[in-house]
Design a protein around this ligand. Structure first.
Ligand code: PLP
Length: 255
């Protein structure tokens, strides 16, 4: 937007994520979501994936140094007010992203700890989990695991109830994570309750009826929507509420 001063000043979200050729998830979803909420986007591509809605056929991680350079260029080119981090693919990329975030401590980052596609294909190397937990997660304002992701991150069996979720979330908070939004959408109940967990604060419940629609990319949408609302100046709780209702409306119209 050179030549258009007003647009150029609009809050940007820096998307750090992978592409999904099917359009169901990844960068396409992130851009659509953030644009619809009214923030602008800039981008660091972490990986190119070949996917249909049924399978992950190929994953090509970008070189980690290229990811970091994209991030630094995006940050210097735009007034970035929040970061959304999705698929990272390999440990070197996790470390590279952490290195850039460490240089921008005031910038709020929302991390969707993507491990696999709904189709089952892996999107994060097994040896990258420790880097995610130890190097990157502590630098993020919010991490948004679902139940299987929380189990993988804590080396636990998948939580069966809310007490399990709070216990597993507590392990990550104790290890230095500022806040977690644990997505209950994969629990076997007819409510979809997400829990916002923070040290020294009671859990906050974000409760919605379970919709019987299925849609890919809801994790991408939720974390992008939270980042967009943070970029527009809302606080964490308000951003989560608004992002939840955004995804709920999309799921409703998909069902
Ligand atoms: N592909 C990419 C590039 C992603 O970033 C993600 C999730 O963030 C997925 C696929 C998984 O999406 P889904 O679980 O909807 O298949």
């Amino acid at each position: 937007d050179r030549g258009d001063g007003t647009l150029a000043m609009t809050a940007h979200v820096l998307i750090v994520a992978g592409s999904d050729s099917s359009g169901g998830a990844g960068i396409v979803r992130d851009v659509e979501t953030i644009a619809e909420i009214g923030a602008r986007t800039c981008l660091a591509v972490t990986a190119v994936t070949v996917q249909t809605h049924e399978a992950v056929k190929q994953v090509e991680p970008m070189p980690a140094a290229l990811v970091a350079r994209q991030m630094r260029a995006a940050l210097s080119a735009n007034p970035v007010a929040a970061v959304k981090i999705g698929m990272l693919g390999v440990a070197a990329t996790v470390e590279a992203v952490a290195g850039v975030l460490a240089d921008h401590p005031a910038l709020p980052a929302v991390l969707d700890p993507v491990l696999a596609a709904t189709s089952g294909g892996s999107l994060l190397a097994d040896d990258a989990l420790a880097a995610l937990r130890e190097s990157l997660m502590p630098l993020c304002l919010l991490v948004t695991p679902n139940i299987p992701e929380l189990a993988a991150l804590t080396g636990s069996a998948p939580a069966k109830d809310e007490a399990d979720l709070i216990c597993q979330g507590g392990m990550l908070l104790a290890a230095g994570m500022p806040a977690l939004l644990v997505k209950g959408g994969h629990a076997a109940e007819n409510r979809a309750t997400d829990l916002l967990l923070r040290l020294d604060l009671p859990p906050l419940r974000f409760d919605a009826p379970r919709l019987h629609a299925t849609m890919r990319g809801t994790g991408c949408m939720l974390s992008s929507a939270i980042a967009a609302h943070l970029a527009l100046g809302e606080d964490l709780e308000e951003s989560v509420w608004r992002a939840k209702s955004f995804v709920f409306d999309k799921l409703g119209s998909a069902g």
